[in-house]
Design a protein around this ligand. Structure first.
Ligand code: NI
Length: 176
């Protein structure tokens, strides 16, 4: 297994629309294993392949506290969404240190495939529904920041670019 590099907002590659998975093979299993490891290492509860610069419709998620409930969603589609919307505080591994409120449908019905290519259906509510919609947005090139005001988006961009500059400065090898 290997840790993958997580793209940070406003990296334009986060805007790429992911393609459906056609082959449920070893390379998919490796991608899922690496994504799970990367998510756990980064202390996240969900990760979309888009965030590691792989533009396939693959999501990993684990809402448990002890990494005991890994969920994998391949080619997920929202079949129904409730009229009732709820607001949750969201964060994102691609936008570290930023949290804000986003409103989404409370209850969703999702159809997806597992890692072996078996289709399944799921009714999701609460955190699971929020997380699934957040990750499915990533597959469509969308980030939760897009739901916030232009003013907030501008502030977040500036903050991220400053942090990126600092990180790059740190990684420059010493010159002798
Ligand atoms: Ni995210």
């Amino acid at each position: 297994m290997a840790l993958l590099k997580i793209l940070h907002y406003p990296d334009p590659r986060l805007r790429t629309v992911a393609k459906p998975v056609n082959e449920f093979d070893d390379s998919l299993a490796t991608l899922v294993a690496n994504m799970a490891q990367t998510m756990y290492e980064a202390v996240g509860i969900g990760l979309a392949a888009t965030q590691v610069n792989v533009h396939k419709q693959v999501i990993v998620m684990d809402l448990s506290e002890d990494h005991s409930d890994l969920k994998v969603f391949i080619n997920p589609v929202i079949e129904q969404a409730s009229e009732q919307w709820v607001t949750h505080q969201e964060g994102c591994l691609s936008v570290p240190g930023v949290f804000d409120e986003v409103s989404r449908p409370d209850l969703i019905g999702v159809r997806a495939y597992d890692i072996h290519g078996q289709p399944f259906e799921l009714q999701a509510q609460g955190l699971l529904a929020v997380c699934l919609q957040h990750e499915m947005d990533h597959l469509n090139g969308k980030v939760f920041v897009d739901y916030l005001s232009r003013l907030k988006q501008g502030r977040i961009k500036t903050k991220m670019q400053k942090a990126e500059k600092l990180a790059t400065a740190d990684s420059v090898p010493p010159l002798y």
